[in-house]
Design a protein around this ligand. Structure first.
Ligand code: GAF
Length: 392
């Protein structure tokens, strides 16, 4: 098996989806949409504290094709990267019979969007094909949600503004899969731009595209290919601990807090865990704003230092890393051609993102392959477009 992860490209996925649609539903689809995965450069576990985040959209995408069917039923086939197929059918929501989360669990990502689509939607048939690695912290969930939303826009002719679209997809994820995520993933998946990262202010919901003019450098992503089975409460717990710190300070979120506020929290005898989470959030917000700035100045040495600081903070203060992520970062730390490395995404497995010299990429892969205890895969991240309708 190759350890290089490469995107299939939206035309290849579109062809696959269209052929499967015709075979399954007996006619051609009338609309098609795609939405990317994402990798976050820095600003981790702070979107839900109204901080800054700096993600990029990936060339890995979810493609969805579909057609309205006038039956009041929604029939969805999902083809995974492995070729495995999942199927789900559910009734389109009505005023008297709203949609509810249920089984199969994967269909909740679709149902949540259908339930939140403005003006509602009658029955439709759809085929989903994705090459976004699932469960790797690359936002396969937001990719499916935003692709479905965009398809429904294409099918119904009803559209909303891009920020509103991201917010509705985030609401879908809160209400159906039940994951209390921040806004980062749905926002970048909706608004990514080729060759740019996106600095998102998660309080004002304004953003600016930052050119990724890296010269001789590249963003190397290493997938540890581990996902630890946790209770599922870790993310909501972190979120609640951050909110507890903000409440104790009388603030709406930790966005407004400063390092001096940590002393106030100590005086209130708040738990060690809450203190650690607050310290991470306050410092990560500073780090992310700084990366936004120094990236424009092409001060990549400093970007790299901030990557390492971010990782150490996520590992020791936020406690969302794991031995495999720490190991990959340690292998890269100090290796020739590496400016900085950190875990990316929600944590407890998934990927490490590193800023490295282009001509060292192959050596670095070999270095990780020879020392990392698991089976890693790699790709060099090319900042890509956000969600869009595709021509059939
Ligand atoms: C997950 C969430 F969905 C995001 O909102 C964000 O909090 C991220 O974890 C951590 O930065 O991807």
């Amino acid at each position: 098996m190759s350890n290089e992860l490469s995107a299939k490209g939206e035309r290849v996925l579109l062809q696959q989806a269209r052929e499967r649609f015709v075979a399954a539903f007996g006619s051609a689809p009338t609309a098609a949409a795609c939405a990317p995965g994402r990798v976050n450069l820095i600003g981790e576990h702070i979107d839900y504290c109204e901080g800054f985040v700096l993600p990029v959209a990936l060339p890995f995408v979810t493609v969805v094709v579909g057609a309205l069917n006038n039956t009041g039923e929604c029939n969805v086939i999902s083809i995974l990267g492995s070729g495995e197929e999942l199927k789900a059918s559910f009734l389109a929501p009505t005023a008297s019979s709203p949609l509810k989360p249920g089984t199969p669990a994967w269909a909740n990502y679709v149902k949540g969007v259908v339930a939140n689509f403005p003006g509602g939607v009658s029955g439709f048939d759809a085929v989903i094909v994705t090459d976004v690695p699932i469960g790797s912290g690359l936002s396969s969930s937001a990719s499916i949600e935003v692709a479905i939303f965009t398809l429904l826009e294409g099918l119904t002719g009803k559209t909303v503004g891009l920020v509103e679209k991201a917010k509705l997809c985030q609401k879908a994820e809160h209400e159906f899969p039940g994951m209390p995520c921040g806004i980062m993933d749905q926002y970048i998946v909706t608004m990514g731009k080729k060759d740019h990262a996106l600095l998102i202010d998660c309080r004002s919901l304004e953003s600016q595209h930052i050119p990724m003019e890296l010269g001789d450098l590249a963003v190397l992503v290493t997938n540890t290919n581990v996902k630890h089975q946790l209770t599922g409460s870790e993310y909501p717990t972190r979120r609640a601990q951050c909110q507890e710190a903000a409440d104790r300070l009388g603030l709406p979120s930790l966005r407004g807090a400063t390092i001096a506020d940590l002393e106030k929290l100590k005086q209130q005898n708040c738990s060690e865990d809450v203190l650690k989470r607050a310290k991470h959030v306050i410092e990560e917000i500073y780090r992310t704003e700084e990366v936004g700035r120094v990236m424009k100045e092409k001060n990549f040495q400093r970007v790299g230092e901030l990557f390492y600081q971010s990782h150490d903070s996520l590992s020791q203060l936020m406690e969302v890393s794991c031995p495999e992520l720490d190991q990959v970062v340690d292998i890269l730390r100090g290796a020739p051609g590496v400016y900085g490395a950190r875990m990316t995404g929600g944590g407890f497995g998934g990927c490490v993102v590193a800023l490295v010299e282009k001509n060292e990429v192959e050596n670095l892969k070999k270095r990780v392959l020879s020392s990392y205890k698991g089976t890693p895969t790699f790709f060099v991240s090319q900042p890509s477009e956000g969600a869009k309708l595709l021509k059939l």
